[in-house]
Design a protein around this ligand. Structure first.
Ligand code: GRF
Length: 203
């Protein structure tokens, strides 16, 4: 199965996905990396690993529709079955989400539905919660609201700084995302309304 990873920034989750594939955690080819930010470190990671990259700037397209058409043609060319959003900061159109319904997943650095949005780690820390965490979920038209595949909690200790807490979150992300990808690839996920059913492993 071919998968694509979409990034906009640092690419630490991309790196974790690459490492997980290398160590045999899941069996799929990372056949495409899509990035909407030419300066993102994720581009360097993908290039170093010889992963085909589509670096695509929204400003070069007259409309969101044409921008997404270019992405779709790359996905089709590489016969991508699963799209993994890993810090991709752009929202898809409803048409795009419908076209790939049940085949786009995202990682979010909080326990959804708490702390939706682009600054979830900081928001949770500043709110003073004792427990936050990581969510991997299917992408639907509503942002950060699709059916949840996996969640794991992360505690905030009294003397944790924002940086220490962020580090803890990222460590969990890098473990949880490959696990969710594996479940998808092994055909163990089915969406039933708001819920994701995970069938037992046959192995
Ligand atoms: C991660 O915290 C992810 O949960 C969020 O964006 C961040 C991306 O980090 N959606 P990286 O680019 O994978 O290092």
């Amino acid at each position: 199965m071919n998968i694509a990873v979409f990034c906009s920034g640092k690419g630490s989750n991309l790196q974790a996905i690459i490492d997980a594939k290398k160590s045999g955690i899941f069996q799929a080819d990372i056949a495409l990396m899509v990035c909407d930010n030419p300066d993102a470190y994720a581009v360097k990671i993908a290039e170093k690993k010889n992963i085909p990259c589509l670096v695509i700037n929204r400003k070069d397209f007259s409309s969101k529709e044409y921008f997404e058409k270019r992405i779709i043609s790359a996905l089709e060319e590489k016969q991508i079955r699963l799209i993994c959003l890993a810090g991709y900061m752009r929202l898809f159109s409803p048409e795009f989400v419908q076209k790939y319904a049940g085949r786009i997943i995202n990682i979010h650095p909080a326990l959804l539905p708490a702390f939706k949005g682009a600054s979830a780690i900081e928001d949770a820390f500043d709110y003073g919660v004792r427990v936050s965490g990581v969510t991997v979920h299917f992408v639907t038209e509503d942002v950060d609201a699709g059916p949840i595949i996996l969640q794991e909690s992360v505690k905030i200790e009294d003397n944790d700084t924002r940086e220490v807490f962020a580090e803890k979150i990222h460590r969990v992300e890098h473990k949880l995302y490959p696990q969710a990808i594996k479940l998808f690839i092994d055909g163990r996920l089915s969406i039933a309304g708001r819920k994701v059913e995970i069938t037992q492993s046959r192995g």
